[in-house]
Design a protein around this ligand. Sequence first.
Ligand code: PMV
Length: 371
Amino acid sequence: MYLYSNYNNNMKLSAQFVSKLEDNLPSTGKITCKSPSNIALIKYWGKRPVQLPENPSISFTLDTCRTITTLTYKKRTVFSDDFNFEFFFEGKPKEDFKPKIQKFFQRIEGYVPFIKQYDFVIETENTFPHSSGIASSASGMSALAYCIVAIEKELNAEMTQREMMQKTSFLARLGSGSACRSLEGPITLWGYHKEIPNSTDEYAIPYPFEVHENFQNYRDTILLVDKGEKQVSSTVGHDLMHGHPFAAKRFEQASENITKLTSIFKSGDIDAFIEVVESEALTLHAMMMTSLPYFILMKPNTLSIINKIWEYRKASKSKLCFTLDAGANVHLLYPENEKETVLDFIKRELVVYCQKGQYICDKVGLGAQLL
Ligand code: PMV
């Protein structure tokens, strides 16, 4: 699967390479990376250990909603069998983020064993408002994973850009599943699909087929309907798919929708795109409404917005559509050539449903970057 010669199966470094690495570790350094969020068109909902998806998913990589992470590393003088890191969010120490990072380090240690040789300072900030209800785990985990792989790259010039991306996506997946789709753009696919060469559950790949110009520079405006804490964490949400009465059918449907989307991307049929994308969003929420325990993650304003979009589409020739995360916020997806008209529509009709009138204008982007 993975061609990189210093690796055994599944991205583990060979023992020989680990000892070469450990002899040459830089004593100190600093790496900064920015990595975006992404929005799934075909949703990932349901996983098996460790962080492997029950179905393939496809997303647009975003551009403006990003996390910027600086990782400062200093080689330890005294060996300790624990991870040691400080974590700062927007300049302030953030103790409550640390358990997630500790867990991430535990999961990735087997693949980047040198991390125990360092004391780390992780400084991170988001370009989108904190507690906007936008998941920062995708951008945050992908940025951190990229910084860590960049340390490995410093020691190993042979590692190609493609190998770096694969390994980063693989590690990011272990932090937060959907994070693995944020590294590249404009469209990525994660999860094995029989019609997509090189697709794998282990990491995301750039969408490998032709994409019609209709989907170039697609816009995503995120309407912030509810900025509160998530009612259901995604860990709990994914777990609800175990023993879910519709799980098997849903996983099958997601694969079929990937096949549909593949031909839509090629033909440029935006009406068919709208149908698949909106159906995926509603299915995701339907899964949560039909699990035990059950949840309704939409708010009344989410529904009002959806109805307004449908009315607007009927009354105009607009190709505006929506998708949803596992929450109440609404992502408005539309072609670039509608950016002014849709913005007018948002200001006129939708902003009233947003908390404090807030929304974020984003568009499809190209993925993470080392700075
Ligand atoms: O990456 P997680 O575990 O936070 O799961 C994300 C799940 C959805 O955002 C609801 C769908 C997706 O594919 O991104």
